[in-house]
Design a protein around this ligand. Structure first.
Ligand SMILES: NC(=O)c1ccc[n+]([C@@H]2O[C@H](COP(=O)([O-])OP(=O)(O)OC[C@H]3O[C@@H](n4cnc5c(N)ncnc54)[C@H](O)[C@@H]3O)[C@@H](O)[C@H]2O)c1
Length: 416
């Protein structure tokens, strides 16, 4: 069973998936191994994660490892329709199309739950939250789940804290080979890609405001600087603000940044980062967008109320004309600009994220029954193994400690 936009796009989608496969050697190596060992045999995996070419590589890997899969997208604007069609054409149960309504979004999740999953895979925790809020009877049959992103992990930790989480969940986001690479370099490059596709503006010389200097913000700020923008950072954390300052970025409050910025991007996971009082002082022509998980970082309800008109001027680019005559350009309706206006992260970086996802599900298939409900991190050794494989497949060799160095590392008597 599936529902996608247009099955005729399957051939184009298949080509895109093959391109991603050629750039994801770690996940492909895990797939080859799993074809023989079948670690997910008998598992039913319900997934809710952006339907991109890289996700398709993960889905194919889960199936090759013996799992039955049912999938939905985790954002109404991020599904690549040709990829969804290709997956449907190879008999994957998939419910996803670009531009769906909020009702459709939850309908798709409901459809993926109909085969009573034994494992869940989330990006943002909407699937797992649906299980907990509406289908608690299914939770008994679930061995565990995985969560892909920072915001989803926050939601799950809050559920666990309140004693509401019914099964174990692995915070894939928190693995070093995910958080320090996907969020930083993936979001850094793909968010700039989204901004350029939606605007085609010159970044050199522009004042580029990044709200949030965490993993994603750090990546975006460094890539914008690389293209010649004057980057300004806003933060609420003293330590993150200090890191940005010592990295050479100007740090200030959003109230001040709003007056001088040409392009704004939010990367905080927090609501109402840019609101009415900020829109009111922005320059004519300011561009605003978001790369945090949910579309609540820019308060577009307030922007709409301040505007006398709105029109689409390019794909993923809407011009709001304020009552004061200024025009503000909103990209991708305030949803993740890198996935809605571009293609999401490059395959090379998703290789590591999805290797973590795959290993997480295999661990839960094996050990989930004996794990208590709660949020878990993947073992450090797995990070090392994924990083090692990534280096190897990239043709990069590194040194190893000599026996004398190993001894030295634990020798507290050696000093000056
Ligand atoms: N676009 C993508 O493809 C993508 C990829 C990974 C993560 N994400 C999402 O991006 C968001 C950020 O993730 P992260 O891993 O960088 O998280 P993080 O915790 O590393 O960083 C978030 C930063 O935002 C700051 N912050 C919070 N509220 C703020 C505010 N009001 N003003 C300014 N700064 C504020 C925090 O202090 C923190 O430094 C999350 O929603 C995450 O799910 C998106």
């Amino acid at each position: 069973m599936s529902k996608v936009a247009n099955l005729k796009l399957a051939d184009a989608g298949k080509l895109r998936i093959e391109w991603a496969e050629s750039r994801m050697p770690v996940l492909m190596a895990l797939r080859e191994r799993a074809k023989k060992t079948q670690p997910l045999r008998g598992m039913r995996v319900a997934g809710c994660l952006h339907v991109t070419k890289e996700t398709a590589v993960l889905v194919r890997t889960l199936r090759a490892a013996g799992a039955e899969v049912s999938w939905s997208g985790c954002n109404p604007l991020s599904t690549q329709d040709d990829v969804a069609a290709a997956l449907a054409a190879e008999d994957t149960s998939i419910f996803a199309w670009h531009g769906m309504s909020k009702d459709d979004f939850y309908w798709c999740i409901e459809e993926t739950l109909k085969f009573s999953p034994t494992l869940t895979l989330d990006d943002g925790a909407d699937l797992i939250f649906t299980v907990h809020a509406k289908h608690q009877e299914l939770a008994k049959g679930v061995l565990g789940g995985t969560e892909e992103t920072t915001t989803g992990v926050h939601r799950l930790r809050a559920m666990a804290h309140d004693g509401k989480l019914l099964y174990p969940v692995i915070a894939v986001n928190d693995s070093e080979t995910k958080w320090d690479f996907d969020n930083v370099y993936g979001t850094g490059q793909s968010s700039i890609d989204g901004i350029l596709r939606a605007t085609s503006v010159l970044l050199a010389g522009k004042t580029f405001v990044v709200a949030g200097y965490g993993h994603c913000g750090r990546g975006v700020a460094s890539r914008a600087r690389g293209l010649g923008a004057n980057v300004v950072v806003t933060e609420i954390s003293p330590t993150q603000a200090l890191k940005a300052t010592l990295e050479g970025f100007r740090v200030m409050k959003m109230d001040e940044a709003a007056r001088i910025g040409d392009i704004f991007i939010t990367a905080t996971g927090m609501k109402d980062v840019i609101v009415e009082r900020h829109f009111a002082v922005m320059k004519d022509g300011a561009v605003i967008c978001n790369t945090g998980h949910y579309d609540c970082e820019l308060n577009l309800v307030e922007l709409e109320a301040m505007s006398k008109g709105k029109r689409e001027v390019r794909a993923n680019n809407e011009e709001y004309t304020l009552k004061n005559g200024h025009r503000i350009y909103v990209l991708a309706q305030g949803r993740l600009v890198n996935l809605a206006a571009a293609e999401g992260h490059p395959s090379e970086v998703m290789d590591m994220s999805f290797a973590n996802q795959f290993q997480g599900l295999c661990k839960l298939a094996k050990e989930g029954k004996s794990m208590k409900p709660g949020v878990y991190e993947l073992p450090k050794e797995q990070d090392v193994e994924i990083a090692r494989l990534k280096l190897e497949t990239s043709g990069i060799a590194i040194d190893a400690l000599t026996p004398e160095q190993v001894k030295y590392a634990t020798d507290y008597s050696a000093g000056t």
